[in-house]
Ligand binder design. Structure first.
Ligand code: AMP
Ligand code: ZN
Length: 112
């Protein structure tokens, strides 16, 4: 989608620190990390947020979780948190579906 930061990152038009890539998904380190390890997993297809996931996206969204499992294993990360902010009130600032994967420190609950 034109003018979407994460579509441009997935297409290689804007540089990023890639962690993993395949035909469907792209993973890259967050530019403003909130934990010692903090990367984002996104679909290459533009989906606005979890709230815009449709039945046709089921396999793709499941695949993103497989990518999370694979990449965390590759990084030796056994304990981590997966977060997806949906909507401005929940803290979403980039309106292309992404899963934050955070690890390497103690976490508190509930999140702020
Ligand atoms: P959210 O606020 O949940 O929508 O998450 C968006 C995330 O994207 C934030 O954690 C930002 O730090 C991160 N971010 C914004 N621009 C970039 C970029 N160019 N490269 C990597 N991460 C980015
Ligand atoms: Zn996009």
């Amino acid at each position: 989608m034109a003018d979407c930061l994460f579509c441009k990152i997935a297409a290689g038009e804007i540089p990023s620190k890639k962690v993993y890539e395949n035909d469907l998904a792209y993973a890259f380190y967050d530019i403003d990390p909130k934990a010692p390890t903090h990367f984002l997993v996104i679909p290459k297809e533009h989906i606005v947020s979890c709230g815009a996931v449709e039945e046709s996206h089921e396999a793709l969204v499941g695949h993103l979780f497989h990518v999370i499992s694979k990449v965390t294993k590759d990084l030796g990360l056994t304990d981590f948190r997966v977060v997806s902010n949906c909507g401005e009130q929940a803290g979403q600032s980039v309106f292309h579906l992404h899963f934050h994967v955070l690890g390497g420190r103690d976490m508190t609950w509930p999140p702020g």
